[in-house]
Design a protein around this ligand. Structure first.
Ligand code: PRX
Length: 636
């Protein structure tokens, strides 16, 4: 396997220049280091107006051949995945590239035996166990499209996602360990399956020995199915632009968006970025603490690292179990060299006594990563000083489910870092800042702030929203002509370094999870006593942001703590606990414009306790409501 790593800052600058001057020649060269069954005929065809982006058309490949088969001769006995269980007393599992290849091929035949063909959608609702990686790669092996649903989501969220993409099969586990708790995933699935007529088969992996109720004819155990399956499975020949997976992300309406990623561009984008951002050496041990249910897990636990022949750690548990030293215990035990986590985890660990960090030997660490939300100055320094001991570059990586791969980030040890800054775009990425008039802010040496857009396609951009291309166009390509709009605001310093300032739309990042406020509002409105609600984000010390809900009750219904709890429960059941509002304020009305739109700007300010200047409220339909809300606002 050819190495794609840039080694010096001068290398980076040269590569960047080339990638802008001649993007096609640049990506041609990168793409040619992968295994293709047939070379592509056309590197890029694009039109952001339609919008349409196609990379490496005519090329034939299979991503699992790149993640597995091509390593067998040279890295067959190297550990591909180290699995660290929830309970530190249970044994870790080490899976070599050869073993992973065998397991993936074997399970791919289970999919085939159960009627799954190229193009079929398969939903995975699984804990962080190696079988999740095996199942996703098995889908890719036969050309089935995986749609992974984070195992913290509720049954109605699973059902919605299964139905949206018409999944034929669901793969799950009976139970999952999460810290000191056990969660019954199968029960959650059974409830979801009452609303999903399209699912023909459910494959159940037994993570625990508890008895698992199974539905005759529909539910099958993973191990029983393996017994019946052949071991060898040649990779399906895929077009570069064939679908690889669907991954749902929140939107500004209550409906999640099924982002579609395709085989060729995604492989090229994730692998190139992985190797350059993290700069692994041969025997390094890389650990990304994300869940595979999110894009970070897809791109930087599985596809990027495996395509690079790296050793990647999968952790089943949580940072606080059995105590707050668990992350550092694992780093010490596995001699982790590269550690990639979210600011919210850093902030919650920074609140604990430093002895949790100091009791472990972290000298194996070479680089640290951050992802998912802006990292504040304090968290950045705590991470750099106490975990990295000032010796490990901190790479603050900005990207999105939609971008598939890291877009703006330092390259570890190469790009000069600056606390809270994601710094510079990766080669091939052309960011621009847009002003309030929708004009591009020129690239000068003045520091500037604006909305972040990208003006040229990169290989791993999501190609559409599954089943709703019109929405894809509206959300990403209609704000600015001929540009992809990220939904984020950003600041650029005099030397061109970017700092992401946060979302500028109705999406709130809570503990690194991307939440649409509309989805929580819809869930709250389901409560029989609720007339209407408005949900906004507000800054939170550990979570980055949290949700604040303003709720109008029907006449004669008295606000109560019990009602608050019921509303939180309904959100938990409909969407999952992560979408639960931190604060609920019962109000008699919401500030509305004359056209009936809720003035969220005011609600955001009140929730954030930033009430000195609420701006002009005189144009509101009901200006008096603002004082009432202010008087009873919930501030700590
Ligand atoms: O607001 C940005 C924030 O997370 C959003 C994307 O969320 P999601 O699709 O769930 O993907 C998260 C993991 C890639 C972005 O629009 N975000 C992500 N990384 C950063 C960030 N904000 C600031 N700094 C980052 N490094």
């Amino acid at each position: 396997m050819e190495n794609l790593q840039l080694r010096t800052f001068a290398d980076y600058k040269k590569a960047y220049k080339k990638s802008i001057k001649d993007p096609e020649a640049f990506w041609d060269e990168v793409a040619s280091t992968f295994t293709w069954q047939k070379k592509w005929d056309k590197t890029l065809e694009w039109d952001f107006k339609k919008p349409e982006v196609k990379w490496f058309q005519g090329g034939k490949l299979n991503i699992t051949e790149n993640c597995l088969d091509r390593h067998l001769d040279t890295l067959g006995n190297k550990t591909a995945i180290i699995w660290e269980p929830n309970d530190p007393d249970e044994e870790s599992r080490y899976i070599t590239y050869r073993q992973l290849f065998v397991k993936v091929s074997h399970f791919a035949n289970v999919l085939k035996n159960n009627g799954i063909k190229k193009g079929d959608r398969v939903c995975l609702y699984m804990p962080m166990i190696p079988e999740l990686a095996i199942a996703m790669l098995a889908c890719a092996r036969i050309g089935a499209v995986h749609s992974i649903v984070f195992a913290g989501f509720s049954s109605s969220a699973i059902a919605k996602r299964i139905n949206d993409s018409d999944c034929k099969m669901l793969i799950t586990a009976n139970e999952v360990y999460r810290g000191s708790k056990k969660v019954n995933l199968k029960e959650m699935c059974d409830k979801a399956l009452e609303q999903t007529p399209g699912v023909e088969t459910v494959i159940v992996y037994r993570r625990t020995v508890e008895p698992t109720p199974m539905k005759e004819g529909r539910d099958k155990f993973w191990f029983d199915e393996l017994q019946k399956a052949e071991k060898e499975c040649p990779p399906e020949v895929m077009d570069a632009e064939d679908m690889l997976f669907i991954l749902y992300t929140s939107g500004s309406t209550g409906k999640p968006k099924g982002m579609v990623h395709t085989v060729g561009g995604y492989l090229v984008g994730t692998t190139y970025s992985f190797q350059n951002v993290f700069q692994l050496e041969k025997d390094d041990v890389y650990w990304c603490t994300a869940d595979i249910g999110w894009i970070t897990g897809h791109s930087y636990i599985i596809y990027g690292p495996l395509a690079s022949g790296a050793t990647t750690v999968m952790f089943e548990g949580i940072p606080s179990y059995p105590d707050y030293g668990r992350f550092w215990d694992i780093v010490d035990k596995l001699k982790v060299t590269h550690f990639y986590t979210a600011p919210t985890a850093i902030r919650s660990l920074a609140k604990q006594p430093l002895s949790f960090v100091e009791n472990h030997d972290l000298s194996s660490l070479k680089a640290l990563g951050s992802v998912g939300e802006p990292i504040n100055e304090e968290a950045w320094h705590w991470y750099n000083d106490n975990v990295g001991k000032g010796n490990c570059p901190v790479v603050d990586t900005w990207w999105q489910t939609e971008t598939g791969a890291i877009m703006i980030s330092p390259l570890a040890g190469i790009t000069p870092t600056r606390p809270t800054f994601a710094t510079l775009p990766l080669p091939g990425v052309q960011p621009v800042l847009m002003d309030n008039e929708g004009e591009e802010i020129p690239n000068t040496t003045e520091p500037v702030e604006g909305r972040l857009a990208i003006k040229f396609p990169w290989p791993s951009i999501a190609r559409t929203i599954y089943g709703d291309h019109q929405r894809y166009k509206e959300v990403y390509f209609s704000t600015f002509e001929n540009k992809y709009f990220t939904g984020d605001g950003a600041y650029r310093d005099a030397t061109g370094n970017y700092r992401i300032t946060g979302r500028v739309d109705d999406i709130v990042i809570v503990s690194g999870h991307n939440l649409g406020t509309a989805a929580t509002e819809n869930a709250i409105d389901e409560h029989e006593n609720v007339v209407e609600s408005a949900v906004v984000g507000f800054p939170h010390e550990v979570k980055g942001n949290a949700l604040y809900a303003y709720v109008i009750l029907y006449d004669k219904v008295e606000p109560s703590e019990e009602l608050e709890k019921e509303i939180k429960d309904i959100v938990s059941q409909t969407l999952g606990p992560i979408a639960k509002p931190e604060k609920i304020q019962f109000v008699s009305g919401l500030p509305k414009t004359r056209s009936g739109k809720i003035m969220r700007r005011i609600l955001r300010k009140i929730a954030s306790n930033d009430t000195d200047n609420l701006g002009d409220t005189s144009t509101l339909l009901n200006p008096e409501i603002v004082d009432e809300i202010l008087a009873e606002a919930k501030h700590d």
